[in-house]
Design a protein. Sequence first.
Length: 284
Amino acid sequence: MQIHALRTGFVQIKRAQQIGVGHGLARRVRPFLDSTWTDWLPTYAWAIEHEEGVIVVDTGSASGDAHLRSWHPYHRFDVRFRVEAREELGPQLRALGIGTSDVAKVVVTHLHMDHGAGLPHVAGRPTVVHAGELQAAQGLSGRLQGYLPGQWGTGFDPQGLSWQGQPLGPFESTAPLTRSGDVVAVQTPGHTPHHLSVVIKGDVNIFLAGDTSYTQDALLVGQVDGVSPDEGQAQNTLQRIRLLAAERPLVYLPTHDPESASRLSTLDVVTPKASPVRLAATLP
Ligand SMILES: [Zn+2]
């Protein structure tokens, strides 16, 4: 089984989104008040070449994201994209010799724009999203939260997941993504209330983390971002991932971590520390 890291361009967010500052509502307002930007961060999608067919996890950004016209304050003031057409999911799959019909399943960790903008490249393929995430992204409430259903393509009709699979360490339930059960989804609420992650099980577990944290360092110190609605829920998820990593070697791969691709290629496992300290954030 081979796993490919597909970098669909870069994104910049506010520092106070990457590293949450304060608590409660203040933490979620702070990114809008912050004038400092992160470096350009990669946006990864993943292709798992599995004997049952290719599994695509997240679909990345699209070149149109850089020119998006939106009334939403987050899109207007708090995020910037740099994506070329050749960096989108479709061209990258083709460069690997993977045609659309080779894709057995598309799994979306959550429906934020830099995870769902590539969906039209895999239109018509069986697609799964957490039912709660799909529900949250619908209608006016979804628009107010910044979801952009227009990106997903007219044929977007994902299925929910059945969380009846075997427990995986501290995750009480899983949703199998293959008949053999070696690739599963786990529920990792925090960044969004119905966020999921994908685990390729083996002697070393590969954890495709979506936006559970922006970096591995944030996982290790339990640092919640500036957009998670429920800080305690996000911390609980980070704790579960650390527990899973303590049980069995685990390679942790967040979507926007600049080190994710190199950690995948060298199978560089995460080592949870005994006594976490918080990341220091200095902001004006
Ligand atoms: Zn997100």
